[in-house]
Design a protein around this ligand. Structure first.
Ligand code: PLP
Length: 405
């Protein structure tokens, strides 16, 4: 049976060119980059080359790029590091000011859970609502900023529905607020974005976006799992979450994972080539997929097609349960995903879909396809052909009142 992978938003395969670039650093070139001998200098040079590759793609300075293990680590470092840095300032502590974080209710779990952790530690957190298409409103962000707000953290592209958030407009609004703050001798509001699902297809220039911090993870764009980046604009108040040898400019101690860093640098170089053309090609395939799936009665696209990342096609299929659709698709060789992933035996409706206003019952019918560089038109045709039959079968099997009226 032919297998069709349409779960690129979950993870991507390693690009053979990335693997080739990494290989020498597993065996021959193994030196610890902190050592002054030639083995160490060889790997130091490779790390700094990768740092330049990442920086150039983000329009940043090399010294603003911190290598981490994944986006989850980067997001945690950004959230906790910026809020804790504020409290370390003795004067603020004396005044008893409690730092405030503004984020959205549709962040990846890494963002939601790190914000919840901060809340449990006594920090103040606002989770902003989104509209029916999964968009954060700039006016809501502005309204939520209080005198004690230290950090705003809004994701660039939502991983479940693909909604592209208005990051540049939020960045602009924060910059206006900061002008007034600086005039009044107050501290800046910092702005973080999780660009994990955006990096491959959208412009992630940090100045154009107006962000101070940006997180991403390599395995979403053909680098290996286990390597990530946190961009930290020069002058941002942030403190490390891991103590040790002081690597990565003192922000992330631990001996550098040289082969993975080299691989990430290479993956950046590769996605920078033909970014626009790739987005257009994937976008066309996605359009075909969406048109095909929407022929199924009572299937709907979640969000707005022209305001979402080109690789994500997410649907609510009324009367069919997400996990069941996945299993039936898998049985015919197709890998997809659902927002209603079953955790610890409980079928939790997706926090993203419920924040968008879908009822838990509707959210259980969620189905996400995500496309990638090896996706072909033939594969899309196959999915459009097999899905209606699967949905029909599941609707017939569903107990009355559970997924159907
Ligand atoms: N943020 C977004 C938007 C994601 O899609 C993911 C991965 O699913 C993450 C963060 C976390 O990435 P990782 O598990 O590599 O830390």
């Amino acid at each position: 049976m032919k297998r069709i992978y349409l779960d690129y938003a979950a993870t991507t395969p390693l690009d053979p060119k990335v693997f080739e670039a990494m290989k020498p650093y597993f065996k021959g070139k193994f030196g610890n980059a902190s050592e002054p001998h030639s083995w160490g200098q060889e790997t130091r040079k490779a790390i700094e080359k990768a740092r330049e590759q990442v920086a150039s793609s983000l329009g940043a300075k090399a010294k603003e790029i911190i290598f981490t293990s994944c986006a989850t680590e980067s997001i945690n470092l950004a959230h906790k590091g910026v809020l804790e840095a504020f409290l370390k300032n003795g004067e603020k502590k004396k005044k008893g000011e409690i730092p405030h974080l503004t984020t959205s209710s549709i962040e990846h779990k890494a963002g939601i859970e790190s914000a919840r952790h901060l809340e449990s530690q006594g920090y103040r957190v606002t989770f902003l609502p989104v509209d029916k298409s999964g968009m954060v409103r700039v006016t809501d962000v502005k309204k939520a900023i209080r005198p004690t707000t230290i950090l705003v953290s809004i994701m660039y592209v939502n991983n479940e529905v693909g909604a592209i958030e208005p990051i540049d407009r939020i960045g602009e609004a924060i910059s206006q607020i900061n002008k007034l703050r600086v005039d009044n001798g107050k501290e800046k509001v910092f702005f973080h974005t999780d660009a994990t699902q955006a990096i491959q297809y959208l412009d992630c220039d940090v100045d154009k976006l107006g962000v101070d911090l940006l997180s991403l993870t390599g395995h979403k764009f053909y680098a290996p799992k286990g390597i990530g980046v946190l961009y930290v604009r020069e002058g941002t108040s942030i403190i490390r979450q891991q103590d040790g040898g002081g690597q990565e400019f003192g922000l992330r101690s631990g001996t550098e994972n040289v082969p993975y860093i080299v691989g990430l640098g290479k993956a950046f170089e590769l996605i920078e080539r033909n970014k626009k053309e790739n987005a257009e090609r994937i976008g066309k395939l996605r359009k075909k997929l969406v048109e095909g799936v929407l022929k199924i009665p009572d299937a709907q696209f979640t969000g707005r097609l022209n305001q979402s990342a080109p690789h994500i096609a997410s649907f609510i299929v009324k009367g069919a349960e997400g996990e069941a659709m996945l299993l039936h698709l898998d049985a015919v060789g197709v890998a997809a995903s659902s927002g209603s992933a079953c955790t610890s035996g409980l079928l939790e409706p997706s926090h993203v879909l419920t924040a968008m206003g879908y009822k838990p019952k509707e959210a259980h019918g969620s189905l996400r396809f995500s496309l990638g560089k090896d996706t072909t038109e033939k594969e899309i045709d196959y999915v459009i052909k097999v899905l209606p039959g699967i949905v029909k079968k599941l609707r017939e099997m569903a107990p009355k009142g559970v997924f159907n009226e």
